[in-house]
Design a protein around this ligand. Sequence first.
Ligand code: GRF
Length: 228
Amino acid sequence: MTARSISSCSAMAKKRVAVLISGRGSNMAALIEAAKAPDYPAEIVLVLSNKPDAGGLDTARSNGIATAVVDHKTYGKDRAAFDRAMQEVLLAHRIDLVCLAGFMRLLTPEFVGLWTGRMLNIHPALLPAFKGLDTHKRALDAGATIHGATVHFVVPEMDAGPIIMQDAVSVRPDDTEAALAARVLTVEHRIYPAALKLVAEDRVRVVDGNCFIDGTRVPDASALTPAT
Ligand code: GRF
């Protein structure tokens, strides 16, 4: 192999991604679809669920992607043992990047620390607003006029890591929780593959808790104009 072919091989090496799910896996499906593009810089090589009956597992299998289940119930309250079991699976599949996509377990700081800068999450709100659950209901109850979704790096504190990408939707006067959730979900399906692409291309740097993409700081959510 010549020096030139070695360097072009390493430039083309796709990042090996595991998607962690607990449910239907529509964000996982969006990542799988995006990764089918020949020039996408990452491949989804594993879908890991903490629930044996997660709907997304079937979608993964039908796309020919390896699946694994680490059932949290097996570990009772021993979160560290559950996380260690997941780490073993991730190592066995030589995973570079982890995408949490509706993964409904709290992770230990030790596990999160093993994946600093290499584990992403999608959250259905414009962080730092509406951390936690029931984001759409809370946005409606609060009279928010703008809502959206966020992809961020995972840190030990929930929904608090450096923000890689966000996009917004308008909240309509007649919105129901379901209608708003559906509009936000279309944003999620767009920004998660886009954010993973940037990370896999090594274009995202974290400085003092803020992400910079190609050297430019990711703007606050307040700078966003709703697409819909
Ligand atoms: C998404 O809204 C995601 O933002 C949140 O959980 C939901 C998972 O949905 N973390 P899906 O399983 O990706 O369809």
